[in-house]
Structures are given as C-alpha cells and as structure tokens.
Design a binder for this molecule. Structure first.
Ligand code: PDD
Length: 277
C-alpha cells in the first residue's frame, strides 16, 4: 500500500506524523473509508460529501476543496495500482502543542490505499455472522464519522473474545447498528432499519439499499426495532463499505432463520444488486 501525509506521498511505514497530532492525542478529527472496485472508487461523491459534513459538524476546516481531495484520492489509487482496494483518509485538527481548546493551525489530511483482503469476508458470506448484543455506550453524535472509535473497537474485540464475529449496539432496548456497519432486518418482505438520526452513522451502503431495493420489489422502512425483533425476523443483514452486505445467522447463541443462500432471499438479492452496481 501507499500513504499520503503532510502534503506528500509516503511509504506506509515511514514515520511522518509528529507525536503532537491532535488525531492521536484527542481523536480530534473525522475519517472516511472508500472501496475501490476495478480501479474505480465506488460512490466517491457520497463519501466526500459525508466527510465534508462530518468535518463541518465538529467545526473542522478542510485544508483543501472537495475537488482537490477527489483528485488526490484518484492520484493515490493510480499510484497504488491495485484494482481492488480500500482508501482510508482522515482529517486531524492539526499538528500543534497539546491543548484542549481548538488551535489556530491548519488541519492535517492523511490517507492510505491498501489492497483488499477478499478472503477476510468470504467466511461471513458463506456462513453468515455471529453477533453478540452490547449496550450502545457511544455518545449522542454517532452520525459524525469521528476518529473516536473506542467503543467500536472495544465491542468488536469483546465479540471476538466470545467466539462471535461482531457486536450489535442496543440503546435503551433499541437496535442501532454494529461496530463498523449498519444493520437491517427483513420481516414479511419488508426491510427495517434504524432511522438516520444522531444514533447511527448514515451509512452509504445503507443508503444505496434504501435507494435501490425497489429494483427487486422490496420496500425499506426507517423504523426502530428492539433486540427481540431480531429473533423473529426472516432475515438479518449488515451493510458496510468493506463488508458490503453480510447475513447474520446467530445472535447470542440463537440462530436466525435467514435462508440467505437461497436465491430468493432478500439478503442474497441485495448482494447481487450491489455487485452489479
Ligand atoms: N465503517 N456504522 C458504523 C459505526 C461504521 O463505522 C460504518 C462504516 C458503517 C457503514 O457505513 P458505510 O456503508 O458508509 O461504510 C455503519 C467503516 C467502513 C470503517 O470504520 O472501517
């Protein structure tokens, strides 16, 4: 893979970021993850717009225009030369002596391009994911793609330690999302997913499904549901840039019905829809 930091392209192991970067001292910044298919970034514009919104919400000024950022991303993809890749980029509030108040220094953009490990998701596609339920201990601005991911990484590890694949966040009895993907359930041929408010990240894969499910004759409803509803669902699946659409086959040791391998399952049809796009 390749990197970009402090205004130039670098090797991924080059020590280019000083100790006093607010991204790693405070988690003071925002980020995005984009999937590259066949050398082309998928839904790039939507990711750029969300990045811009995330930055604005925390009063963080971009150090360049979105057009310039797009050109940088495209150049990085070309330089890296991978056809299947992940582009990660983040904006830190800057490199400056540690002080809680916002400093008056330029923000700092860094980026990586790495090849995608397709094997990583094969197991989930084949067997589905096993999930644990955890309390959503995150803050009330989950729509901001903030660098602060402690609850997410902590709960992901907790799931793995318990022999599961990932964790589903539950806030006051309501299912919100997973540690790095959104969640939906299918009941009587209708998809239900948590409304796009401040309790979830407004996922771009989720939005793709909301905008395209009608192509397979399916309706999507943005409605909250309880963790109990997962056990009664016909299908449960996750949505995310890297994991795409993955079936959930077990929640806390209870199997979910999901007949995801059957071609008529909605999960399978949505996977095909995303693949085609
Ligand atoms: N995660 N919810 C959370 C908490 C996420 O971190 C993500 C993405 C999503 C799905 O959003 P999208 O469809 O736009 O990728 C939902 C990225 C991939 C990550 O942190 O690696």
């Amino acid at each position: 893979g390749i990197g970009y930091a402090r205004g130039r392209f670098v090797g991924l192991d080059e020590p280019v970021i000083p100790i006093e970067d607010r991204a790693h001292q405070f988690g003071d910044g925002v980020y995005e993850v984009i999937r590259v298919y066949g050398g082309k970034p998928f839904l790039l514009q939507q990711h750029l717009e969300r990045f811009w919104r995330s930055a604005k919400w925390i009063e963080l000024q971009l150090d360049r225009s979105l057009q310039e950022l797009q050109e940088l991303i495209e150049e990085a993809i070309t330089r890296a030369g991978f056809s299947e890749a992940q582009v990660y980029f983040q904006l830190s509030r800057g490199i400056v002596k540690r002080d809680h108040a916002f400093p008056n220094v330029p923000s700092h953009l860094s980026l990586t391009v790495r090849p995608v490990n397709l094997k990583k998701w094969e197991k989930g596609k084949e067997y589905g994911q096993h999930m644990i339920l955890v309390e959503d201990i995150r803050w009330k601005h989950c729509h901001i793609k903030s660098l602060n991911l402690l609850p997410n990484v902590w709960m992901k590890q907790k799931a793995i330690d318990q022999g599961a694949d990932d964790a589903i966040f539950v806030r006051e009895g309501v299912v919100t999302e997973c540690t790095s993907s959104n969640l939906a359930l299918v009941r009587d041929g209708v998809i239900f997913t948590h409304p796009a408010n401040e309790h979830i990240l407004h996922g771009i894969t989720r939005r793709f499904i909301m905008e395209n499910a009608h192509q397979i004759g399916i309706q999507v409803r943005e409605e909250t549901f309880s963790s109990d509803a997962l056990y009664d669902a016909d299908e449960v699946f996750t949505m995310g840039t890297m994991s795409e659409i993955l079936p959930v086959t077990k929640v806390m040791d209870t199997p979910i019905k999901t007949r995801y391998k059957e071609k008529q399952s909605i999960t399978y049809q949505l996977q095909q829809l995303l693949r085609e796009a």
